[in-house]
Design a protein around this ligand. Structure first.
Ligand code: ADP
Ligand code: MG
Length: 326
C-alpha cells in the first residue's frame, strides 16, 4: 500500500522543471521567478468523476485533459504557460493508475514547457484540480471585454467534434445506435474529446489583433455570450459560415448544428477582431498551423443571435452547459 508520500514521490519523479523555478515540489510552497514587465495569468479548473468524465476514461487521457483545459484558459488570455499545481483527491492509492495519469499530464506539460511545482494529495472521490500560471507581457493580455460593434467574430479550428464524441460515448454506453460515423471518424472524435489541444500559439499570435477572446468550453453560443455581456454588445453568427469538419459531415444538419453551437469541450478560441483585419488574422495564425474562420459579427444590443443559411434568424438556440441549471 502506497503512502501519501510515496504517491507524491511518484508524481515528483515525473514533474518537469524550468530555470525560473527557484523551489518546486517538496517545501511548503513553491518559489517562482516572475520576469519583470510581465503579468501573471492564473487559472484553475476542476474535473470531477461522473460530472466531467466517465470513470473508465483512460487515466493518461484524464491527466492530459486536466492540464489541457487549464492551458486553454491561458491560451485564451494570450499568455505563455509556465507553472502549475495539481490537487488530487483519489479513492485509492493505485500506482498503475497514478503513473498513467501523471504520464498524460507530464506529456502535455513537456510540450508546453510547463513545470509542475506543487499540489495536494488527499483521499476521497476522484477529483482533479489544476491551477496553471502563465506569463503575458504587461498590458497585452486578451480579455473578454474588448469587442466593439462592427468587429468580426472568429473561431479557430472547428467546434462540435468533442460534443459529437461525447454523444457517441453516451450512445455506446446506453446501447443506442451511434450517430453516423465510421471507425476513423469515431477515433478522431474521441481524441478531440479526450485529448484537447490548447491553442497556445494561436492565443499568443492574436495579441494586439483580437479585441476579445475566450476558449470555448461550454458551447460556442454560451461562450460568445460571455464576450457579448462583458463587452456590452450583441453578436450574430451565420450558421452557414461554420466550418464543417469531415467527421461531422455525415450528421443530420440539425444534430451537427446542436453540437457546433451548444457542445462544449472543444477548447477552440472564439475571438473578435476589426472587420478589416481578415488578412492580418490569417497571416498571424499561419505560422501556428491553426486556421480560423470568420463566422459572424459584433452588433449593438446584447446576446447572441444565429442566422440560418437563408439569412433568417433561427429561433433563439439553447445556451451551453451550466453545472447549476436544474
Ligand atoms: P504541506 O502539508 O506542507 O501542505 P504536503 O505534505 O501536502 O505539504 O505536500 C508536500 C509537498 O508535495 C508540497 O511541496 C506539495 O506542494 C507537494 N505535493 C503534494 N501533492 C502533490 C501533487 N498531487 N502534485 C504535485 N505536488 C504535490
Ligand atoms: Mg498540503
Amino acid at each position: 500500500m502506497l503512502s501519501e508520500f510515496d504517491l507524491i514521490a511518484r508524481i515528483r519523479a515525473r514533474a518537469g522543471t524550468r530555470a525560473d523555478v527557484v523551489l518546486g515540489i517538496g517545501d511548503d510552497a513553491a518559489l517562482l521567478r516572475v520576469p519583470s514587465g510581465h503579468e501573471l495569468a492564473v487559472t484553475s479548473d476542476t474535473l470531477n468523476a461522473g460530472v466531467h468524465f466517465f470513470d473508465d476514461v483512460p487515466p493518461f487521457d484524464l491527466g492530459w485533459k486536466a492540464l489541457a483545459v487549464n492551458l486553454s484558459d491561458l491560451a485564451a488570455m494570450g499568455a505563455r504557460p509556465a507553472w502549475c499545481t495539481l490537487a488530487l483527491s483519489l479513492p485509492a492509492a493505485d500506482p498503475a493508475w497514478l503513473d498513467a495519469f501523471v504520464d498524460g499530464f507530464a506529456t502535455l506539460a513537456r510540450e508546453h514547457e510547463v513545470a509542475l511545482v506543487g499540489g495536494d494529495t488527499t483521499r476521497g472521490p476522484l477529483s482533479i484540480n489544476v491551477t496553471a500560471h502563465g506569463l503575458v507581457e504587461a498590458g497585452t493580455a486578451l480579455r473578454r471585454d474588448g469587442a466593439r460593434r462592427g468587429d468580426a467574430v472568429w473561431i479557430t479550428g472547428a467546434p462540435g467534434e468533442a460534443a459529437a464524441g461525447l454523444a457517441l460515448l453516451r450512445a455506446e454506453r446506453e446501447g443506442r445506435p451511434a450517430e453516423a460515423t465510421d471507425a476513423d471518424g469515431r477515433a478522431h472524435l474521441l481524441v478531440r474529446l479526450q485529448r484537447p489541444l490548447p491553442r497556445i500559439a494561436a492565443g499568443r499570435a492574436l495579441r494586439g489583433l483580437a479585441s476579445a477572446c475566450l476558449d470555448v468550453s461550454d458551447g460556442l453560443l454560451a461562450d460568445l455570450g460571455h464576450i457579448a455581456a462583458a463587452s456590452g454588445v450583441g453578436a450574430e453568427i451565420d450558421a452557414g459560415a461554420l466550418p464543417v469538419p469531415a467527421a461531422l459531415a455525415a450528421l443530420a444538419p440539425a444534430v451537427r448544428l446542436r453540437h457546433q453551437f451548444t457542445g462544449g469541450d472543444d477548447y477552440e478560441l472564439c475571438f473578435t477582431a476589426p472587420a478589416d483585419a481578415d488578412a492580418a488574422v490569417h497571416a498571424a495564425l499561419a505560422p501556428t498551423g491553426v486556421a480560423a474562420t470568420r463566422i459572424g459579427r459584433v452588433v449593438a444590443g446584447g446576446g447572441v443571435a444565429v442566422r440560418d443559411p437563408h439569412g433568417h434568424y433561427a429561433a433563439s438556440p439553447h445556451a451551453g452547459f451550466d453545472h447549476f441549471r436544474p
